[in-house]
Design a protein around this ligand. Structure first.
Ligand SMILES: Nc1ncnc2c1ncn2[C@@H]1O[C@H](COP(=O)(O)OP(=O)(O)OP(=O)(O)O)[C@@H](O)[C@H]1O
Length: 600
């Protein structure tokens, strides 16, 4: 203990020597000389009394008995040092006292007379000198206690600082006067203000309405509250937890931890969405027209401009949008998909833009973020954009222009940073001409147009897709199918595929289910594909009716399968699907059973 504070011990021994004009020595509880004056200074760090803590020696006795001693005539005092008999003792007299620290004796201070004058002074002043040395001993112990406390405090402070800095959340603490006392690096980054200039500043100078000040007054903290802050033009959307800091029952400050809302959403998105990292190589096809589009999409994926994908239903517009997102710099951000045609018009506005707490009957108390907010930092894919009603087109245009969203029923705006990819199978230009789609919005969305070619325009891709989906469903149904018969291959190549790749995929799923032999033959393919060249004239009306029925049925099945793929298979998802299709939940279940679509 004393060795750690050698410099303080040395100061004390020199102060005693200077005051009393007598040599001083301080040893620790291992008999090592820690400090001293005169000849003792040269012996610092050496052992005293052979390093033995024995009652036969003076210091050993002080350490063991915890008492002060005065030796008036050292050369003849055996209790001073057993070796005095050899006549080598230079010391004439000595006064020594223990150093008490935390209930232990950690060392000894000795005053030693080497000449007769010093001895007489020591003898004549033994009591006041003893009191003085005891005081100095207490002073030394006090200094050691103080230094130990400072070191412990520094250690705790460093530990705390490391903890605060290693947290991913921003941390800000204020004292009882509302002055910022602590701010970690994450907070500095999140609020984009210099830490140095913030510490010591009253928080209300930066955010006059921060709820931290209410916590200071009320002593009541809160957990995960959404808060919007504005600093100049810079707007921040955080989720904040604040707690009062108490000492002796008094609130002496508040500490708040916070995260960016966008980061929280990204995390939630990553955890809840099975991350389908769809890339361009998964969009199958070697045709010139498809390869060209893929090349263009790869090129524009790197930028941030809005993209409009046109093409018939089932051509892979959704796949293309997902691949663009995955290979863009936003790939770590969310890809939020909205099917503007599948959400009932009454819900679409709040789905897209969110709503404030209590905005309408049935609204959640704390409000809800819309798809645009959820897509912050990522991409929003607006599928079937042609189905967006005119009044929402106006609102969408405003969002794209201002890069801000205002939740329904709220006047607070939230900044968003998103890329919009939209898709449609409608002729938007014609809709613009017919005033069904706003021209200004059309130009905003259509910065980069990409057109997915219909499958019948790239027939050379059909065999490749057939092999791919056959392998996929053979595995899914664990079916020992080898191939298609040449007739089926021919039928598939000739068929015009109005439902494009989705229809082709469904046809193969159907065939794999139907086929019992090793080769998919014409009997296992859907009737509409089989009869593509038209039935015999006399059978036409009958077969025609049947064909229509079958086509309608298949169409219904396609819709149901597509909806399940989009929304998932949970009960909640089925409720959404039923609502979007305008049927009751029971009807939806019945239809799924009818089509033998697995949905659990
Ligand atoms: N080139 C392709 N390679 C492999 N699969 C494809 C390809 N194109 C489409 N598909 C398949 O077809 C399905 C439909 O694709 P997608 O949903 O991307 O089409 P879409 O054009 O967005 O259709 P819609 O306009 O009806 O929303 C996908 O789930 C995928 O399985």
């Amino acid at each position: 203990m004393l060795r750690e504070y050698q410099h303080i011990a040395q100061e004390v021994s020199e102060a005693i020597s200077a005051a009393l004009q007598i040599e001083t020595e301080i040893v620790d509880d291992t008999m090592t000389i820690i400090a001293g004056t005169g000849k003792y200074k040269a012996r610092i760090n050496m052992k005293e009394e052979n390093g033995e803590i024995e009652a036969g020696y003076l210091y050993g006795r002080v350490l063991q008995t915890r008492q002060s001693y005065f030796v008036e005539d050292a050369p003849s005092d055996l209790s001073y040092d057993p070796s005095v008999l050899q006549g080598e003792t230079e010391e004439l007299a000595e006064l020594c006292t223990p150093i008490h620290y935390n209930g232990k004796v950690i060392g000894v201070i000795g005053l030693i007379a080497f000449n007769e004058k010093q001895r007489r002074t020591l003898v004549n002043n033994r009591l006041p000198y003893l009191t003085f040395v005891q005081r100095m001993s207490d002073l030394l112990a006090g200094k050691i206690a103080e230094q130990t406390a400072i070191r412990n405090w520094e250690k705790t402070y460093m530990q705390l600082e490391t903890v605060i800095e290693s947290i991913h959340e921003g941390i800000i603490a204020i004292d009882e006067h509302g002055v910022i006392t602590t701010i970690n690096d994450t907070a500095e980054k999140l609020i984009q203000l210099d830490k140095g200039s913030l510490i010591g500043t009253p928080i209300d100078r930066i955010w006059s309405d921060t709820p931290m000040l209410q916590v200071l007054q009320s002593g009541k903290g809160y957990i995960e509250q959404e808060e919007l802050y504005r600093l100049g033009h810079h707007e921040m959307h955080f989720i904040v937890t604040a707690r009062p800091i108490r000492s002796n029952g008094e609130v002496i400050g508040v500490v708040a931890s916070f995260r960016r809302m966008a980061d929280m959403r990204r995390l939630a998105y990553m955890l809840t969405n099975e991350h389908k990292d769809l890339n361009f190589s998964q969009i199958l096809g070697k045709s010139r027209s498809l390869s060209l589009i893929i090349r263009q999409a790869q090129q524009v994926a790197r930028g941030t401009s809005n993209i409009l994908i046109t093409g018939e239903s089932g051509t892979g517009k959704g796949m293309l949008a997902a691949a663009i997102h995955s290979s863009s710099s936003r790939s770590t951000g969310p890809l939020i998909i909205v099917n503007c045609g599948a959400i009932p018009e009454a819900l679409l506005e709040s789905e897209l833009f969110g709503y404030a707490g209590g905005a309408f009957t049935g609204a959640k108390r704390e409000g809800k973020a819309g798809k645009f907010e959820l897509a912050d930092g990522g991409t929003i894919f607006l599928d079937e954009i042609g189905d967006l009603p005119l009044h929402l087109q106006v609102k969408l245009l405003h969002v794209l222009q201002s890069k801000q969203v205002e939740r329904v029923g709220s006047n607070k705006v939230v900044n968003i940073n998103i890329r919009v990819i939209s898709a449609t199978n409608k002729n938007l230009e014609e809709m613009v001409r017919n005033k069904e789609f706003r021209e200004d919005l059309y130009f905003r969305l259509n910065v980069i147009p990409l057109h997915m070619p219909a499958l019948r325009e790239r027939k050379e891709d059909i065999p490749l897709l057939m092999d791919y989906f056959l392998a996929k469903y053979r595995e899914t149904f664990d079916h020992p199918l080898l191939d298609f018969t040449p007739q089926v291959k021919q039928l598939f190549i000739q068929y015009p595929w109005p439902g494009n790749v989705r229809e082709l995929e469904n046809a193969i799923e159907y065939a794999v289910n139907m086929e019992t032999s090793e080769y998919i033959g014409t009997d296992s393919v859907p009737l509409r594909i089989r009869n593509q060249n038209g039935p015999e004239p006399e059978e036409q009306s009958d077969v025609g009716t049947q064909l229509l029925k079958e086509q309608l049925k298949q169409f219904e099945k396609n819709i149901l399968q597509d909806m399940l793929r989009r929304h998932g298979r949970s009960v909640e998802a089925k409720r959404t699907i039923a609502e979007a299709l305008g049927v009751g939940l029971a009807t939806l279940y019945r239809k799924l059973e009818e089509h033998r679509i697995s949905h659990s």
